[in-house]
Design a protein around this ligand. Structure first.
Ligand code: COA
Length: 332
């Protein structure tokens, strides 16, 4: 049985609150527009703390919460699409800080679906007796990626980190993962190679649909409508597919934790699936979309408030750049 048990959770939230009212001082927007279209009132911005700092804080909290000795961690997985370094991997910095001296470490980048892909990967490693405890951290600092003259995208995102320590369990788990690379240009952030001083380099040959001008390189570019439509469909497909694999019904699930991109996307998917709203956890009003960190941050909040109970059947569902999507059902 490919089961996992979450034995510790942690999170880090930057101090600086960027409210809708603050955004309306730098953009042609207002609280009413943002709140009614997205459900977001404010998000946190990491003004001076790099991504690795946030990841380390969340990871340290999760390891402390788990009560295990960091030396007993066999693998550190970091999900991020906004690292401070191309290399080394974010997971290596975290491995060092938490003192997971016996752990291997690597990163996973599937943007906002990162935690789902990392948890699925962890469950497969745990099938091997060499791996007993795995630390997963998802951390994103998207403020440096956002173009704060683009009012349709920059209002959505926030910074933060969430982490979980997982171990093997004899309870069941199922997953469904998907990628639609034909939508690669619906949401992207292109690396800036123009600063290279290699005399042989010429401007990059770009795939169709990727725009590369000085103002568009190194900033998040998004086709909001395309992502919205994809997200509503993909979340429903992922939940239906994973439930089909599990043989469970929608009613059997105690808690649904969706990716926190937009309250309207969540509401449409929840309505389409016919899920009871009280079983769906939403925290985006004060956080915004923190990409891969959304789901583990929800798990950490639920853990802290004592709502993450043994025996609970939990469904995680997400989507993100790629475009990727996926869902996991497990019994805690
Ligand atoms: N404030 C005020 N007006 C805004 C605005 C803002 N922040 N952003 C866009 N507008 C305007 C547009 O300019 C447009 O004006 P026009 O009709 O005069 O041209 C109008 O509002 C409608 O824009 P539109 O893009 O149709 O809005 P929308 O209802 O699709 O909402 C998003 C835009 C981005 C909120 C929505 O498409 C969305 O959430 N998409 C999914 C994005 C996402 O989740 N990305 C992350 C995936 S992990």
């Amino acid at each position: 049985m490919r089961g996992i048990k979450i034995i510790g959770t942690g999170m880090y939230v930057p101090e600086i609150v960027a409210s809708n009212d603050w955004l309306s001082t730098i953009l042609d927007t207002n609280d009413e527009w943002i709140y009614t279209r997205t459900g977001i009132r404010e998000r946190r911005i990491s003004a001076d703390k790099p991504n690795y700092y946030m990841a380390e804080q969340a990871a340290l909290a999760a390891v402390k919460d788990s009560g295990i000795d960091p030396a007993e961690i066999d693998l550190v997985l970091a999900a991020t699409c906004s690292p401070d370094f191309f290399y080394p991997a974010l997971s290596c910095l975290v491995q060092h800080t938490v003192g997971a001296e016996n752990a291997a470490a690597f990163d996973i980048n599937s943007a906002c679906t990162g935690f789902i892909n990392a948890l699925d990967t962890a469950s497969r490693f745990l099938q091997d007796s060499d791996y007993r405890n795995i630390l997963i951290v998802a951390s994103e600092r998207l403020a440096p990626h956002c173009d704060y003259t683009d009012r349709s995208a920059s209002i959505l995102f926030g910074d933060g980190a969430g982490a979980a320590v997982v171990t093997k369990s004899d309870k069941p788990m199922w997953s469904y993962l998907s990628a639609k690379g034909d939508y690669f240009n619906a949401l992207y952030c292109k690396v800036d190679h123009s600063r290279s001083n290699c005399p042989l380099l010429e401007p990059d040959t770009l795939p169709e649909g990727i725009i590369d001008t000085e103002s568009k390189t190194h900033t998040l570019q998004m086709n909001g409508k395309a992502v919205y439509k994809f997200a509503v469909d993909a979340m429903q497909t992922a939940v239906n597919k994973v439930l089909e694999k599990s043989g469970l019904t929608k009613e059997d699930i105690d808690l649904y934790i969706p990716h926190q991109a937009n309250a309207r996307i969540i509401e449409s998917a929840v309505k389409g699936l016919g899920l009871p709203e009280e079983k769906v956890y939403v925290n985006l009003e004060n956080r915004g979309n923190t990409s891969s960190a959304c789901i583990p941050t929800c798990l950490a909040e639920l853990g802290e408030s004592g709502r993450l109970k043994e025996g609970m059947k939990i469904c995680l569902v997400g989507f993100g750049a790629g475009l990727t999507s996926g869902a996991i059902v497990f019994e805690q």
